[in-house]
Design a protein around this ligand. Structure first.
Ligand code: AMP
Length: 186
């Protein structure tokens, strides 16, 4: 089973994915964390990705897809997987279809978390990551609108996988809303 946590930067995907992974014992893949680790340890992928991550641009699809492919091949990812921050473009979603089929998995839930725009900016400014300056946040939000939001249309055409969650609440309340959806199992 594959669960995708979807949404604009700052809606709480990472926080919720980490909670779900810990409490429901799911394997968690955050492509953003994967890039930050690769940059910190100076790997080849890290060198390729750094300028994009620093600028708030999408890392090219082939690099991202390669990371996801390598991760899904790891033994701890053989059962249920939660994806956080991937896919972020139609090309990535199409590549994921192939990977999911290869691993005999299926995308069971695409959980779209939404939070009002200005609130997102305040949340991210408080987080204080290197790519969390106001200018880069606004750029990441426009990248989301232009390149990632079209995936809502892509997944709304898949029978019933897309579920909407209002993320304007505290962490535990949003967690409850998400687990209620996952337990419906459809
Ligand atoms: P995140 O931690 O999800 O906010 O991602 C941080 C940064 O990593 C993004 O601004 C992108 O530069 C890069 N990144 C993460 N996931 C992807 C993805 N699926 N496709 C392209 N770039 C990504």
């Amino acid at each position: 089973m594959v669960i995708i946590l979807f949404g604009a930067p700052g809606v709480g995907k990472g926080t919720q994915a980490a909670l779900l992974a810990e409490r429901m014992n799911l394997a968690h893949l955050s492509t953003g964390d994967a890039f930050r680790n690769a940059i910190a340890t100076g790997t080849e992928v890290g060198k390729l990705a750094k300028a994009y991550v620093d600028a708030g641009d999408l890392v090219p699809d082939d690099i991202v897809t390669r990371i996801v492919e390598e991760t899904l091949d790891l033994p701890q990812y053989t059962s249920s997987v939660i994806l956080d921050g991937f896919p972020r473009s139609v090309a990535q979603a199409e590549a994921l279809e192939v990977l999911v089929a290869k691993h005999n998995k299926n995308i069971q839930h695409v959980v779209n978390i939404s939070v009002e725009g200005e609130q997102i900016i305040q949340r991210l400014l408080q987080r204080g990551r290197k790519d969390d300056t106001e200018e880069i946040i606004r750029h990441r939000m426009s990248v989301y609108d232009n390149e990632t939001a079209p995936l809502l249309d892509f997944y709304s055409r898949r029978n019933g996988v897309l579920k909407n969650v209002d993320g304007n609440a505290d962490v535990e309340e949003v967690y409850k809303r998400i687990t209620a959806i996952l337990s419906r199992n459809s």
